[in-house]
Design a protein around this ligand. Structure first.
Ligand SMILES: C[C@@](CO)(OP(=O)(O)O)[C@H](O)COP(=O)(O)OP(=O)(O)OC[C@H]1O[C@@H](n2ccc(N)nc2=O)[C@H](O)[C@@H]1O
Ligand SMILES: Nc1ncnc2c1ncn2[C@@H]1O[C@H](COP(=O)(O)OP(=O)(O)O)[C@@H](O)[C@H]1O
Length: 306
């Protein structure tokens, strides 16, 4: 598709998914300020699309949900991705990036990371820079801890600050409802609150939970529900207390389990099937404890050129 910036050259569009963290084990703050993690990512079927079109200069436009809350200058993570790739190849980032946004903004679902991974793949394809998968993953890790996972999708264990990925086998499709809250939570603020809440305690080394990995591999939603954990949840609830009511509304409505998605404030509800997902989504909306609900399945593929 062409967006009018250039009528002669083909555009490249990349589709990229959101994520939910089915386990987020957080260690103590490292000297560099980051936290070591055992971060079990699952890609879910809410997608952004980034279209790259040749242009005179780097330009970002966006449409869709809450785009007034993302920057359209060079601080946009998609713009940073294009600049990084161009700099690595000694070229100018002459590209118009158009973002079609469907992933909740600042919601703990890695929307900005998704756009960065999509922009990187789209520009690499458009500019024929021919990066290997390993080179793209290294650039992703420079852009942010969650960006490599947005590229690969599926399910994966992230170690280090979340960027060192090992793919995980998943034996079925899991059904989710997401409740989008009013406003967003800043990821650094939530990690800061985690540090405050755990100050003076011995924070254990983060490790993946064997029960959770087994539940993913078997595709058993009830077993997965019993093993979902998020060490950032107390911090997110501390900064955003109304989320407690959202979590309760979802479990009362029939979800197998409820948790905060990553740093929040989106809340995630694992349900047994698609029909229950629709029922829980309606009940959550009717409860008045969230702004919007979304239904999605996972795992889904990572960033893909359309
Ligand atoms: C919490 C998680 C869970 O997947 O995602 P969200 O739920 O926000 O989407 C991630 O750890 C967010 O990853 P991402 O949003 O890529 O973070 P980055 O840009 O790398 O870092 C932003 C800031 O978050 C904190 N940070 C991030 C990752 C990490 N392992 N330890 C940290 O302490 C640091 O304060 C850092 O300056
Ligand atoms: N392309 C982008 N899409 C979404 N957010 C972006 C983007 N570029 C920069 N941001 C900024 O990144 C921050 C985190 O947003 P997001 O990645 O959606 O949430 P989270 O880190 O909770 O998953 C927000 O302050 C947002 O304005």
């Amino acid at each position: 598709m062409n967006l009018g910036t250039d009528t002669t050259t083909t555009s490249i569009t990349v589709r990229v998914p959101a994520k939910v963290n089915v386990q987020l084990a957080v260690g103590a703050a490292r000297p560099d300020g980051f936290h070591d993690l055992a971060n079990v990512f699952l890609a879910v079927g809410l997608h952004d699309e980034v279209t790259a079109t040749p242009a005179d200069t780097l330009r970002i436009t966006a449409e869709g949900h809450d785009v007034d809350r993302i920057p359209l200058d060079r601080t946009n993570l998609a713009a940073r991705a294009a600049e990084l790739l161009a700099a690595r190849h000694g070229i100018e980032p002459r590209v118009h990036l158009h973002i079609r946004k469907d992933i909740p903004v600042a919601g703990g679902m890695a929307g900005g990371s998704a756009d960065a991974a999509a922009a990187l793949l789209a520009c690499d394809t458009l500019w024929s820079t021919g990066s290997t998968r390993e080179e793209l993953l290294a650039l992703c890790a420079e852009l942010g801890s969650d960006v490599p996972f947005s590229l690969v999708g599926g399910a994966a264990l992230g170690r280090g600050r979340g960027e060192l990925l090992t793919p995980l086998p998943v034996g079925g499709t899991f059904h989710w409802v997401f409740a989008v809250a009013d406003g967003g939570l800043s990821t650094p603020a939530v990690y800061g609150e985690f540090d405050r809440l755990t100050a003076g305690t011995a924070v254990p080394e983060p490790e993946p939970a064997p029960d959770l990995l087994a539940a993913l591999e078997s595709g058993d939603a009830t077993a997965l529900a019993a093993s979902l954990t998020n060490d950032l949840q107390p911090a997110a609830l501390s900064l955003c207390p109304p989320l407690t009511a959202t979590l309760s509304a979802g479990t009362t409505a029939g979800a197998l389990a409820a948790l905060v998605s990553g740093s929040g404030p989106t809340t995630a509800f694992l349900v047994k099937d698609a029909e229950t997902a629709r029922e829980v989504a309606s009940a959550l909306l009717a409860s008045g404890t969230c702004r919007q609900t979304r239904v999605a399945e996972g795992p889904v593929a990572g960033a893909t050129v359309l």
